[in-house]
Design a protein around this ligand. Structure first.
Ligand code: ATP
Length: 914
């Protein structure tokens, strides 16, 4: 027999050995549930596109599996049935208690077909055995019918102690449907395997020399869609916080390593029809089979989509009915850049086809985006005429801007709707002069084309824009006059003009400090806006109502108004629109004040997600909130990072005083806690001037001045400002401002050593806080609040609510990390000795004592510093710090930065707690 059979190739041992796990992998406990269920099923499948971590997860599971593990890494050569049979029997033989010698012999002789061979294997398997996991990695390499048929047969007849774990890019044809209904199978796909944001954070915390802030982490994971290969790339490339921003930019532009990977691993051997399909559809965010047919001018898109999905390409159904599909963000980016590079001439045509098809699908917004990219003014004109109002009602001002930029100026001026849309876009960008020019051009062009009656009504539309501009420029009387004129007749072009005019009136009351009138007017505006489904103005009014409630000190009410807004968004099934960020931000500010820091952070992050791509300037408020949260948590490095971002945004653009005051407040707090007197002094040199405190932002700005003087130990300059603010706040019923001003007054008098006056103010503040719920504003002044409150408790009678709040504030302030103090303690050897000598110190620290440097590093980590900052602080290279951290983690038996922070906190708090 040997004479006719060629002698087989030798077996490669590495194919039969589980690969070693590289260092620095992230454990993924959220997937353990599947690991524990492995012994209960015949088949488990990890199916995901290339690089999604299938092999790694299989290795991690193999290590945690209670029983034996046989491993076989497949390869194209294994489609040769004899070769496959030999590998398969060898893999099993190695792990069976008594092997399967007979089958092994038959496999080596190679005279049986593969199914017959596997029948022998099955016959030779014992009835009872300890659990065995047989891993077949890179299963997508198998396509031989006989081999796959034999495996199906094998699978139907395996004993219960054997589980087959298949890792495959494509869907394995192993009779899965049958096993699934019999609960004999587990399956994980790309969606489940993709890294979640917390996992990304944990992995980067583990492997990067710098702390990456949460906002960057979320942005990163949005761009990479949880794909671990891209994370490994980040681990190699990013060395600094700024480096992460560059990496993110690089991803956006098409990272060369990812491009090479996609070329080699994913598209290299695809048939040309498939490639053509991918390139024709890659410009769409999501698409259905009919849309794809329209784009490819073909008729087999449904079939193709199913094939692509099964074959493990980076594509996923996005709805449960599997009608809509989307490419993985990095894959879409790759395909688009290939298209731009290789067939740029196709782009306009594809965009145009997309615009047509999307209009037919009833998706005008997406259609407009493609018409913009096709640079087709005619189609844009049609879309704007039919849907421009809708875009405006839903706050799609950036989209409108892009559309209008492509229209010839004359076609704007001769169309009242386009003129109005243009003016609204420009006013939103605070380009008031240009907005006015367009309005005037429109007037010249249009007046003679309409009857007097019609023109009066068009003018009502125009006046609504002008009123909005006047209020934004702070010209209240002019704004009110324009509103009244605008409301005097029914507008002709945009139904929203009336609603906007009403909202301007409300704002005029608010700015003037007439909260009751402002509230009434906004409630009415909200009602009217809802009636005409103008979601943008409706949400705007709800945001304003919640700001009014905050100003009145009614934070719970503000929170309820926000709930109402969120419900409205849900009911109307609104997709992300910029005004939603306003609601979330105000909600975040309430949550920050209540010290619900995680929830506040979440609001800011969601806001950033909503505004993604609209330009950095709009993110100022979100970053101010994130900086406030980081400060309250004592994360010095993170806070410094956000403050840096705020500074560069402020340098690049101009903002309304409301936004400025908010950003300045957190910057001043940060500088104060890091004792950066120079920055505070500089700020005073360019600070927005003081104005009567009739509204919350003038109050905020005034308090910033006072805060700066207090930080510079010039209480005499802070005193008159605070006094005036207090008078104004009383006059206008700005309760929240009263509350905050009392806190600063308390600090002021404490510094002046006028203890009784300080306690009077603190008591007032505490009493107001019983209804406002304020916490954040107290904690903002730092550890000083502890002694002030303790003295108050000692010397004054507090009612029950006040006493409870004082206790809680003291407790929170004690837990709060004080930036400068944490550093001072680190460097003090006596303190370290003090910690080591304590009886309650963990044993581990006595047994593997840290070096002096490691102590320093530990407490700088605790102080919230990034590796980069620690390196700077200790004057060594960041890589040295990384080495210290590794050794420190090993000695303390920890794996994450968070654990180090926790441990340091508990050690330092033993001596640092007040
Ligand atoms: N838990 C993890 N922690 C850190 N990195 C991971 C983790 N899982 C996967 N990776 C990284 O992702 C990359 C791809 O992983 P892996 O090779 O396991 O993917 P795969 O899905 O098997 O890919 P392919 O289909 O190409 O074989 C590797 O660099 C791996 O180190």
């Amino acid at each position: 027999m040997n004479a006719v059979m060629p002698s087989p190739l030798p077996l490669i041992p590495a194919k039969l050995t589980m690969p070693g796990l590289p260092r620095g992998l992230l454990a993924r406990p959220r997937l353990d549930e599947w690991l524990h269920r492995l012994p209960e099923v015949r088949l488990a499948v990890l199916q995901a596109p290339s690089g999604f971590g299938k092999t790694t997860l299989a290795c991690q599971w193999a290590r945690g599996f209670v029983g034996r593990v046989a491993w076989l890494q497949l390869h194209a050569g294994d489609n040769q049935p004899r070769q496959f049979g030999r590998y398969f029997t060898h893999a099993l033989d190695r792990q069976l208690e008594y092997g399967c010698p007979l089958s092994l012999l038959l496999a080596e002789q190679g005279c049986e077909g593969v199914e017959a061979l596997l029948t022998h294997v099955l016959a030779e398997l014992p009835n009872e055995h300890e659990p065995l996991l047989l891993v077949l990695d890179e299963f997508e390499a198998l396509h031989d019918r006989d081999v796959i048929g034999a495996l199906r047969f094998f699978l139907r007849n395996t004993p219960s102690w054997l589980t087959l774990l298949v890792c495959s890019r494509s869907l394995p044809e192993l009779g899965i449907a049958d096993l699934r209904v019999k609960h004999q199978m587990l399956a994980l796909d790309a969606e489940q395997m993709a890294f979640e944001t917390d996992e990304v954070q944990a992995l980067l915390d583990l492997g990067l020399p710098v702390a990456i802030n949460r906002e960057q982490i979320e942005r990163l994971n949005r761009r990479i869609g949880g794909w671990p290969c891209a994370l490994q790339l980040a681990l190699q490339e990013v060395q600094t916080g700024r480096g992460m921003d560059l990496f993110l930019e690089n991803l956006q532009l098409g990272h060369p390593c990812i491009r090479d990977y996609m070329r080699e691993q994913v598209v290299e051997n695809l048939p040309s029809a498939t490639l053509d399909f991918l390139q024709s559809t890659c410009l769409l965010e999501r698409f259905s089979a009919p849309l794809a047919d329209h784009l490819t001018q073909g008729s087999n898109a449904r079939e193709m989509l199913e094939r692509l999905e099964r074959s493990g390409l980076f594509i996923q159904a996005v709805d449960s009915q599997r009608q809509w599909y989307a490419y993985h963000p990095l894959f879409a980016g790759f395909l688009q850049s290939e298209l731009r590079l290789r067939q740029p001439q196709r782009l306009p045509e594809l965009h145009l086809r997309a615009a047509e098809a999307l209009m037919e699908e009833g998706a005008p917004e997406e259609a407009a985006r493609h018409a913009v990219l096709a640079r087709d003014p005619q189609r844009l004109g049609q879309i704007l005429q039919s849907h421009g109002r809708q875009f405006y009602r839903q706050g799609r001002l950036t989209l409108l801007q892009h559309c209008l930029e492509l229209l010839p100026p004359a076609s704007i001026a001769e169309n009242p709707l386009f003129t109005l849309l243009q003016a609204w876009v420009l006013q939103n960008q605070l380009r008031f002069g240009e907005a006015e020019q367009w309005l005037m051009a429109g007037e010249t062009e249009l007046r003679h084309r309409y009857t007097d009656q019609e023109w009066l009504r068009i003018d009502a539309d125009f006046k609504a824009v002008r009123a909005q501009i006047a209020i934004a420029q702070g010209d209240r009387p002019k704004a009110i006059a324009l509103v009244q004129e605008s409301l005097s007749c029914e507008p002709l072009v945009m139904r929203t003009s009336r609603v906007v005019a009403m909202s301007v009136l409300a704002e005029a009351h608010f700015v003037q400090g007439d909260l009751v009138q402002a509230q009434r007017q906004h409630e009415e505006t909200e009602r009217r806006a809802r009636e005409i489904h103008a979601s943008q103005p409706a949400l705007w009014s709800m945001g304003q109502l919640s700001e009014i409630a905050i100003a009145q000190g009614l934070l719970q009410k503000a929170y309820s108004v926000q709930e109402r807004a969120l419900r409205y968004i849900e009911q109307e099934q609104l997709t992300a629109m910029p005004v939603m960020e306003f609601i979330l931000r105000v909600r975040g500010q309430v949550l920050w004040e209540w010290h619900h820091l995680d929830a506040a952070e979440q609001c800011a992050l969601q806001g950033i997600q909503i505004l993604d791509g609209l330009g950095d300037r709009w993110l100022l408020q979100c970053y101010a909130l994130l900086a406030g949260v980081a400060h309250a948590r004592g994360q010095q490095g993170v806070c410094a990072d956000y403050v840096g971002k705020l500074q560069s945004m402020l340098a690049d653009d101009s903002y309304h005083i409301d936004w400025l005051a908010n950003a300045h407040a957190v910057m001043l707090t940060y500088w104060d806690s890091t004792q950066d007197k120079e920055a505070i002094q500089q700020w005073l040199g360019t600070a927005p001037p003081l104005a009567p405190g009739s509204n919350h932002f003038a109050q905020y700005n005034g308090r910033n001045h006072a805060r700066a003087y207090l930080a510079l130990r010039q209480p005499e300059k802070a005193a008159p400002i605070l006094q005036q603010l207090q008078v104004d706040a009383e006059h206008h019923g700005l309760v929240m401002d009263l509350n905050r001003n009392h806190i600063l007054q308390a600090q002021l008098h404490w510094l002046r050593e006028d203890r009784q006056l300080a306690l009077d103010h603190l008591h007032e503040a505490l009493s107001l806080a019983s209804s406002t719920g304020a916490i954040g504003s107290f904690l903002r002044i730092g550890k000083l609040i502890i002694s002030m409150l303790k003295t108050l408790q000692h010397e004054r009678r507090l009612d029950e609510l006040e006493a409870q709040r004082a206790d809680r504030l003291i407790q929170l302030a004690q837990q709060q990390r004080d930036f400068s103090r944490a550093i001072r303690i680190t460097l003090d050897e006596a303190v370290i000795q003090d910690i080591i000598n304590r009886p309650d110190v963990p044993e581990l620290i006595r047994h593997s004592p840290l070096t002096r440097r490691e102590w320093q590093v530990l407490s700088l980590i605790h102080a919230g510093q990034s590796n980069e900052q620690i390196a700077e602080h200790l004057n060594v290279a960041p890589t040295t710090i990384k080495t210290h951290i590794r050794s420190l983690y090993q000695k303390l038996n920890i794996t994450h930065r968070n654990e180090a922070v926790q441990l340091a906190r508990s050690l330092l708090s033993k001596i640092q707690g007040e």
